[in-house]
Design a protein around this ligand. Structure first.
Ligand code: C2R
Length: 172
């Protein structure tokens, strides 16, 4: 049984959504990756989301671009937490997908990450799973430590002078 189910509206979303899969792998979290569209394959999406909890998933991640209704439709069919990833398209700078996902009306939420930020979706999924999984909690703690150490390696940039100083902080 996989812990996280990742779906995307089109295989053209794969370059973005596979970043979520990669991050989950680094945390040792089992997952599935599927393509299904709420308007092209409505019956498939309904069946998948409706049985997701019984199938053992703990968190679902749904990515889509343009009129991104997939995350909301998935959330409509399950009580599992759903994280939406707005995918960038050729139009509107990804704002179409972002607004479609983040502006769910009250009652059926979709936790929304930044445009194309599938990595954050995976980290958020890991944080939810870590509430009841000590191994994932430990993996997340290691990840945070490594990230902090990596940040310290960067040269700090001063907003006042525009100059660089070494030794602390991170560079925006
Ligand atoms: P194609 O490249 O297949 O034409 O898809 C996909 O997520 C993709 O970003 C273009 C874009 O359409 C999106 N799409 C949705 C949904 N299904 C496909 N937003 C959906 O169900 O929400």
């Amino acid at each position: 049984m996989a812990q996280v189910g990742i779906v995307m509206g089109s295989k053209t979303d794969l370059p973005v959504m596979e970043k979520a899969a990669k991050q989950l792998e680094e945390f040792g979290i089992s997952h599935t990756l599927d393509v299904m569209s709420a308007h092209r394959n409505p019956a498939k999406v309904t069946a998948w989301a409706s049985s997701a909890a019984d199938d053992g998933y703990q968190v679902l991640i749904a990515g889509a671009g343009r009129a991104a209704h997939l995350p909301g439709v998935v959330a409509a069919h399950t009580a599992l937490p759903v994280i939406g990833v707005p995918c960038l398209s050729d139009h509107l700078g990804g704002a179409d997908a972002l607004y479609s996902i983040v502006q769910m009306p009250p009652g059926v939420p979709v936790a929304t990450v930044g445009i194309d930020n599938a990595k954050n979706a995976a980290i958020l999924a890991a944080q939810i799973i870590a509430l009841s999984d000590g191994d994932v909690a430990a993996a997340l703690a290691d990840f945070r430590t490594a990230q902090a150490d990596k940040g310290m390696e960067h040269r700090a940039w001063s907003p006042d002078t525009g100059s660089e100083r070494s030794g602390f902080g991170f560079r925006p």
